[in-house]
Design a protein around this ligand. Structure first.
Ligand code: ADP
Length: 470
């Protein structure tokens, strides 16, 4: 277990908590029982002493002659030694059979205090026995004529206390060992899930995008594991998309480059080639170069959209942008014999940039012309719907099969590769439309039109009031 690790901290905190509990468990009950024993001793010993004192009441002067008789009636059991002293501290009675203290002076502090008129009790516990002493004054007509001193030595009670102490210690040791073991197991279990997530993170960092953390239970760590797995899945998808994109882009760039190489080789290797054929080949080379340029332009645009490098949004009127686009595309439309029309309310404006709106409308209209029949129509319209400006681009062209509808916004996806290539398509136009609309908080959808053709619907945030481009 690493020092400072979560497992170490958890284990340590369990152990510290239980150590505190066991510490209290080992001291508090003992102190309480000790205190209770002191109190019990005080009351019994002092009671016995006061019984002895009262049996001596009525004697005017304590002496070795009169005290033993009076004491024989009141002597309590369980007391180790009883001394009775007269007012001078001279022992006149000793409960020991040998009576060896009689005739000597006894100046125990308890006796001295009792002779001054005080009831005294003192008890001590030394681990093996309770030693209790009590003394009370004997009075005759309010005069202290002596004192009764009792001493009790109790090893039995002390042994009970010691047994309790030993039992508590044994229980504590057993509980302590169990808790240490349990804390090790629990902290290991607890941190194992975290370690799993950490290992999965490390794998992902090293490039293993399939790495997932095991989700155990339903606590917060399980939540983290789930979140991580969702994030890893996202990273994996992004990575897959990126790889596919790079491979598709390389492929797309390779084709025109290969064409250019082939055409130039043909010119270079054929010295007798007539100038008409050379010009024809050069025209083809130019076309391929233009295709390359379109692809790179589109790729750059997508990269900018991916990296968020887009201009700040402003209020942009839709009509002027659409009209400009119609003008730009009118030559191609005429070539294909496709008529263009637009119906945009004057004040209708979106919250984006001129460039964004142009990109969206241009790509959709260009497609509508490219994938149309001779004599076809393309219509651009706009309307307001709550806080959204809805722009539709409709055509009555070749249409898109239902199965392809889902995928046409993917990068490099084409329904009809040949047709797209002939029309000079890059397969990126709709991706640019979708990403641009999304960047501005909008969306784009496509649907089949009744009677043939396709309708693209773009939704962008509506901009109200006066602003740029009006
Ligand atoms: P491209 O450069 O090939 O046009 P896009 O991303 O703009 O690429 O479009 C993807 C594919 O969707 C096109 O290749 C074409 O097959 C299909 N498509 C797009 N717009 C239309 C449309 N208006 N009518 C029919 N098919 C369309």
């Amino acid at each position: 277990m690493r020092r400072g690790s979560l497992q170490f901290k958890f284990g340590l905190s369990y152990i510290l908590i239980i150590a505190a509990v066991l510490g209290v468990m080992n001291t508090y009950p003992l102190l309480v029982s000790q205190d209770m024993t002191f109190r019990a001793k005080q009351s019994t010993l002092q009671n016995s002493v006061s019984v002895m004192v009262s049996s001596l009441s009525g004697i005017d002067r304590l002496s070795a002659e009169n005290v033993p008789d009076a004491m024989s009636a009141s002597e309590a059991t369980g007391i180790s030694r009883i001394l009775v002293v007269n007012d001078a501290g001279l022992v006149v009675y000793d409960s020991r059979e040998t009576m060896d203290a009689v005739g000597r002076y006894a100046f125990y502090s308890e006796i001295v205090q009792a002779l001054s008129g005080n009831d005294v009790f003192h008890c001590a516990y030394d681990g093996t026995s309770f030693k209790s002493r009590a003394a009370s004054p004997v009075t005759y007509r309010n005069q202290t004529i002596g004192a009764v001193f009792a001493y009790e030595y109790d090893a039995e009670q002390a042994m009970l206390l010691r047994t309790l102490q030993t039992n508590l210690r044994t229980i504590s040791l057993a509980v302590g060992a169990f808790v240490v073991l349990l804390s090790l197991v629990l902290s290991k279990m607890f941190t194992r899930s975290i370690e799993d997530v950490l290992a999965a993170i490390a794998h992902l960092r090293e490039g293993a995008y399939g790495a997932r953390a095991e989700v155990r239970g339903n606590d917060e760590i399980a939540e983290i594991a789930k979140e991580f797995n969702a994030m890893a899945a996202r990273v994996q998808t992004n990575e897959d998309e990126r790889r596919r994109f790079v491979s598709d882009a390389s492929h797309e760039l390779k084709t025109p480059l290969a064409g250019i190489c082939l055409l130039t080789d043909s010119i270079l290797q054929n010295e007798q080639m007539d100038s008409g054929t050379v010009r024809e080949f050069l025209g083809d080379i130019r076309e391929e170069a233009q295709r390359l340029s379109r692809i790179t332009e589109h790729l750059l645009r997508l990269t900018r959209l991916d990296s968020n490098a887009v201009g700040a949004a402003e209020r942009v009127l839709v009509a002027p942008v659409v009209e400009r686009t119609v003008r730009m595309l009118s030559v191609i439309a005429q070539e294909k014999d496709v008529s263009l029309s637009c119906d945009i309310p004057r004040g209708c404006a979106v919250f984006a940039t001129q460039d964004d709106l142009h990109e969206i409308v241009y790509n959709l209209m260009e497609n509508a012309i490219k994938y149309n029949h001779a004599g076809g129509e393309v219509c651009v319209a706009a309307c307001e719907d709550g806080n959204v400006c809805v722009i539709t681009v409709e055509d009555n062209g070749v249409g898109i099969p239902e199965d392809d509808m889902e995928r046409i916004f993917e990068r490099f996806y084409r329904v009809d590769k040949m047709r797209s290539r002939e029309a000079g398509g890059t397969g990126l136009g709709l991706s640019i439309v979708r990403d641009t609309a999304r960047r501005r908080g909008g969306s784009v959808t496509a649907e089949r039109r009744e009677g043939g053709g396709t309708r693209f619907t773009v939704r962008l945030p509506l901009a109200r009031g006066e602003g740029a481009g009006e």
